[in-house]
Design a protein around this ligand. Sequence first.
Ligand SMILES: [Zn+2]
Length: 314
Amino acid sequence: MVKTFLWRCMRHILPVREVLKSKGVSFGGGCPLCSSQYETISHILCECTVARQLWCCDDVLHGLSFVDFVESTLRDTDVELGVLMAVKFWVLWKVRNDAVWNSKQWQLADMRRYMGSLLSAWQEAWPTISSTGQAQLVRNNDWKPPPLGFLKCNVDAAIHSAGATFGAVLRNHEGLFVAALSGQLHCSQDPYLAEALAVKEALSWIKSRPKRRFFKERRFYMESDCLNFCSSFNSVRQDFSIVGLVTKQCRSIACDIGNVLVRHVNRSANQVAHMLARATGSSFVLRVWESARLVVFRIGFNIWYSFVCQKIIV
Ligand SMILES: [Zn+2]
């Protein structure tokens, strides 16, 4: 159904006002979601005020035509990027249709929740998809860089006899180090709670960074090897346990940041964050490494990082 929908978008036959007008069916009026005089496919899915809010980006197309944008996204090696685009289109089309046919207005938070439930459903369907080999490629590979315009944050927690610590490492689309954070977690030695708190620390850190410094585009992948947390984060189910409340806080911070996609990766793809979390065990001081300011720390981290990479390869 979603594939057919995408095909209709690409073939320029989705029944928006401008398309209907070109077929001789004119209703008048413009976009049902904003004050634009024109309702084109590109407008409703990418350029409309509502679409830009859902995309968390003012220039979704980056100068490309709608068809080129969709094609380049689907051609990307990262399957999830294509899925994310399809889900956003699907949600926006539903929001548009509800405005036209049911006079219903959607809140942004509801759109995000609906988006999360669709992504969650897709993730649960992965084992089926993996039989084709395509999704398996994403899930079982070691770490790989995010697409252009995204930063990827790997986060992990470690339990010690004295408590829990965490590590978070940000890298860009070239796989280059951008910044890292490590510190102590104030919690019991509960691995699930520690993993959730680690993500909360990483998200709070990202949120607190000034936009001008390495976060020109606030689009992030957040990767954790805690499947329970990732499933809970992407679920719409209510969870009133302590870890459920922490997860809810994570969702709220992610919402403030904008475009954050949380996903589960296996241990081998999260190794650098894991090592950083464990290495923090001897020191409970909150440490930040930033490429722009603390060059010395960065060099130190890169040497350590190279060492970790070699260790993984061996
Ligand atoms: Zn509009």
